[in-house]
Design a protein around this ligand. Structure first.
Ligand code: ADP
Ligand code: ASP
Ligand code: MG
Length: 922
């Protein structure tokens, strides 16, 4: 297994191939200088309607001291000397807010945003605003249409115009409205002229970023009017005049903080306002060409502005309560994290938590400025504080496993595996590989190299993988031809799952738990990387396993609940009794033992009923009638196992059907656990049984069948316990049939054998055709199950079975005819009984596994009246294990071994055993 360091996250802020070559000028700062002027700090906390967010200076000061020694930042040249000639007042009096697209999606929301701005009583405020929701997508679409010479770009642009015009009409009036609309129309006219040129030319070259950034320009202007209308003086800032960035070869941009600082001074000398509404997303190159900070870049804009102003804090307002432990759209049980370190937030966002743009952290880290993520739709929620540690230590850290803070995933990834013996010990191979990848412009998301140096494996976005492969094959043509490299292989359809948490560094066993959770959910890992900073562990998986994996690992670290999706096959007497027991016990299991059992479907041979969240077990029969559909095993299994939010699936086969049993292998292969009282699989053909057990042993899937022998009596588990602790089984002998136990316990000479059988039939103790019991086949199946469990490789046909069905009656056409004819044979049985009696014995129908002789038998035997088997009453089963440890006095299990309640109870206890194997508390 290859554990390797892609790039240590502390210096891995630019984890892409292009920055590996050192062509770009990135400086890495370790630690941060102490804060400067703090004189105006105490009163500038943001209170207003959000008491939770009043971070006093002292706390922040302490927090920052702590962080000073813990963080490192990567920024390009950011000279502190710029502050010395500052005209812009800088420091804690500034509060920076960023409102995302959804926050300004409608006129009411914009109004609401304006109120929040006004309510912030900070001395100075800078508000970064995004385009209204969907507008950036619409602008990209307009551009695409013009570039591809589709003249509907005009209509598409008019839709954006409409959106802003209507919103302005709802928010503004008088001169404000007139001047906003005049600017809007003017911009649209200019855009149309520009787009027409693009339409003619068929390409956009340098204009595209200018065009797509207009949403932010309009949002900022409109919001500033609304804030002014609420009585607060404010100016709006076109950040293309202030934020200066240099494009990088990996289609990113790096801010030039020194130049941006100068531009800010210039801007401020013209607009010395205390409240500024600034555009998100957009910026300029040093040559004043409009550009953007790339998709979702407004978070980055806010962080850059926060750093330039040395702000007290940056609040990012969005549509969720903060950063969740996993994407809340994928993991419904995800929890809000009250605090995250910068590194944790960065890792989470890098690995796909799009609540925060990954680059947002870089500028604020430099000055230890906290970022707070808050929900505009839920002002009572305190949000997540990034860059602080104190709250975390009192809160989340109480949780046992909070070493892992969160999980995130990147979809649509492909793995590239470069393999060959010629790579070992040859310096420069990695450099050649990644140099080639850089030339293609592909972004390397993670790297893993086995220590044998036999192969290097890395992940890139799926859309870039073909170009990467072609480039590598061409670069290594000679090595491939000479056999020094054996292959450049692409493994498509992958995803990346990352576990993030700063405390992982000092806590042993985190990766073990993570891999264990994945193994238990039967998820195969394609590659692994863990940076030596240990802030994250990254695994590459099959894309189809992504959400299930996320759910499984999340529940391992965050939920103590063991959630199991169940499918019940065969809701007959036993199945229905099990459902009743589950119904009665479900709440207790959930509350007291954290076991969450959800019956996602029940199927009979004709009808099935399915549920997405779990059936209400108090009315499953009604639901079956109301929503039942034609039974279809494939669809049933797909449904029960297909719920991606539940990490574990178990199918419970309550039938006696060999057809259902024939599916177990395939179910176990899919990672579905199987529990059953059905004897058919374990007593069927030996090779199939061995295959099933081998599969079960190799994988993490469980197959439990306690109720196949003795219903709820602990027979299989007792046998396993003996074997696993090193005892040697010599012999197992027992009365395994409740029916035959009843018959011989009652057959004492007062009544004829046939009368006793009739009585048992009437009492419902026998199968509808009593020959099924009397033939001994059922007992033989149990003998085979125990024999195989003890290691004997026997077929059912190897067991001699003494049938109690008189030979001539085997062919009787019906149970009734059989019962009618049976008295004719009473003589035989009466004689056997009286012979036994005269020897001081009783008759018992028993099954025997003779492990020493490697054989099994099923027969009628006589036992001395003081033998435990002779003491039996009713329909009890009794099983005696003679072992090396229990040699003179066998270990005996005795009790009712048939009936719906005890059988269902046996199945239920297997289900709980499964839950505990999956990690439920004991
Ligand atoms: P905005 O437009 O305000 O910038 P985004 O859509 O960019 O908002 O980011 C917020 C969204 O990020 C949330 O609605 C949520 O669905 C998604 N998200 C993904 N992962 C996480 C996570 N771990 N925590 C919180 N939100 C997440
Ligand atoms: N409006 C831009 C986008 O959608 C930037 C942002 O909202 O963060 O990508
Ligand atoms: Mg966003």
């Amino acid at each position: 297994m290859a554990f390797s360091t892609p790039f240590s996250p502390t210096c891995g802020l630019f984890r892409n191939a292009s920055s590996m070559n050192g062509n770009e000028t990135e400086l890495f700062f370790l630690g941060a200088s102490r804060r400067r002027n703090c004189s105006h700090l105490t009163k500038s906390s943001f209170s207003g309607p959000f008491p939770q967010m009043s971070f006093g200076y002292n706390r922040i000061g302490e927090r920052r001291d702590y962080l000073n020694s813990h963080v490192c930042a990567s920024v390009s040249v950011l000279a502190d000397k710029s502050t010395e000639k500052a005209q812009v007042p800088k420091g804690e009096m500034w509060s920076v807010h960023k409102f995302g697209g959804t926050c300004v999606g409608t006129s009411e929301r914009i109004q609401n945003v304006a109120k929040i701005i006004v309510a912030d009583d900070s001395e100075r405020k800078l508000i970064v605003v995004s385009a209204m929701s969907k507008v950036t997508d619409m602008m990209y679409n307009v551009l695409d249409k013009a570039q591809s010479r589709d003249d509907s770009y005009v209509v598409a642009l008019d839709a954006v115009l409409e959106k802003y015009r209507n919103t302005a009409h709802e928010l503004l009036n008088g001169d404000d409205l007139a001047s906003f609309l005049s600017k809007l129309h003017d911009d649209i006219d200019k855009l149309k002229a520009l787009l027409y040129a693009i339409y003619i030319a068929g390409h956009a070259t340098d204009f595209s970023d200018n065009i797509v950034g207009h949403g932010e320009l309009w949002s900022a202007q409109m919001l500033s009017y609304v804030v002014r209308k609420l009585g607060q003086d404010c100016s709006w800032m076109d950040t293309r005049e202030v934020i200066i960035v240099n494009p990088t070869s990996s289609n990113q941009v790096d801010p030039d903080y020194e130049l941006s600082g100068k531009r800010l001074e210039e801007w401020f000398s013209r607009n010395p306002s205390k409240t500024i509404v600034a555009t998100g997303f957009i910026a300029s190159t040093p040559e004043n060409i409009p550009t953007t900070l790339k998709r979702d870049g407004s978070d980055f804009s806010a962080a850059i502005m926060g750093a330039l102003l040395r702000a007290r804090q940056v609040t990012i307002w969005t549509d969720v309560d903060g950063v969740y432990s996993a994407d809340p759209r994928k993991v419904s049980e995800a929890v809000i994290l009250s605090a995250l370190s910068y590194q944790e937030a960065w890792e989470m966002s890098y690995f796909g938590a799009n609540v925060l743009h990954p680059r947002t952290i870089i500028p604020v880290m430099r000055y230890n400025i906290p970022i707070i993520i808050r929900n505009i739709f839920n002002l009572h929620a305190p949000g997540t504080m990034i860059g602080g540690t104190s709250r975390e230590d009192n809160g989340d850290a109480q949780r046992l496993d909070s070493v892992v803070k969160g999980f995130a995933t990147i979809d649509n990834v492909a793995l590239v595996n470069v393999e060959g013996t010629g790579m070992a010990g040859v310096p420069g191979t990695a450099s050649a590989i990644f140099g080639t990848v850089k030339d293609v412009g592909a972004n390397v998301i993670m790297i893993s190299q086995a220590s044998s140096e036999h192969s290097v494996c890395f992940a890139v976005p799926e859309k870039e993988v073909n170009a990467v492969k072609e480039a590598l094959v061409s670069r290594f043509q000679q090595a491939l031809g000479a056999g020094r490299l054996s292959k450049v292989e692409v493994i498509p359809n992958c995803c990346i799952l990352a576990a993030v948490g700063q405390k992982m560094e000092s806590t042993p066993g985190v990766s073990a738990s993570l891999f264990n959770a994945l193994a238990k959910a039967n998820i195969n890992i394609r590659a692994i990387a863990q940076g030596c900073s240990e802030y994250n562990i990254t695994v590459v998986l099959k894309r189809e396993d992504c959400i299930r994996a996320l759910r499984a690992v999340h529940s391992r670290f965050y939920l103590s609940k063991t959630t199991i999706a169940m499918g019940i096959v065969g809701p007959g007497l036993i199945g229905a009794t099990l459902l009743e027991q589950l119904r009665d016990q479900a709440a207790i299991l959930k509350e007291e033992f954290n076991i969450d059992l959800r019956v996602m479907g029940i199927t009979g041979s004709r009808t099935m009923v399915l549920s997405d969240l779990g059936l209400d077990l108090s009315r499953w029969r009604e639901l079956q009638k109301e929503n039942g559909e034609v039974a279809d095993m494939e669809k049933f299994v797909q449904h029960v196992h297909g719920n991606q939010f539940i990490p574990n699936t178990v199918l419970v086969d309550c039938t006696a059907d060999s057809n259902v049993a024939s599916h177990y292998y395939e179910w176990l292969r899919k990672g579905i656990h199987v529990i059953t009282p059905n004897k058919k699989a374990n007593s069927g053909p030996l090779d199939q049984y061995l295959k099933l057990r081998a599969l079960q042993r190799q994988s993490y899937t469980h197959y439990f069948y306690e109720a196949t022998v003795g219903a709820g009596l602990p027979i299989v588990s007792t046998l396993r316990g003996l074997l696993e602790t090193g005892d040697r089984i010599l012999r197992i002998e027992g009365i395994f049939s409740g029916t035959l136990s009843y018959i011989f316990n009652t057959f004492k000479g007062e009544r004829a054998f046939s009368e006793v059988v009739a009585e048992a039939k009437e009492a419902g103790f026998t199968e509808p055709d009593p020959r099924d019991d009397l033939s001994g086949t059922d007992v033989a199946r149990k003998v085979i199950i125990l024999a195989r469990e003890s290691g004997l490789k026997l077929e059912l046909s190897d067991i001699p079975v003494e049938s109690l069905v008189p030979e001539p009656l085997k062919a009787s056409s019906s149970p009734e005819e059989f019962m009618q004819q049976l008295p004719k044979f009473d003589q035989d049985m009466a004689k056997k009984r009286s012979d036994a009696e005269s020897a001081g014995k009783v008759l018992r129908y028993v099954g025997v596994v003779d492990v020493v002789k490697d054989e099994g038998t099923v027969e009628l035997r006589s036992y001395k009246k003081d033998h435990p088997f002779a003491q039996l009453t009713g329909s009890d089963n009794i099983i005696a294990f003679t072992t090396t440890r229990y040699k003179d006095h066998p270990l005996i299990v005795l009790g009712p071994g048939a009936g719906a309640q005890v059988t269902a109870g046996g199945i239920f206890s297997d289900i709980l055993r499964l839950a505990s194997y999956l990690g439920a508390p004991s």
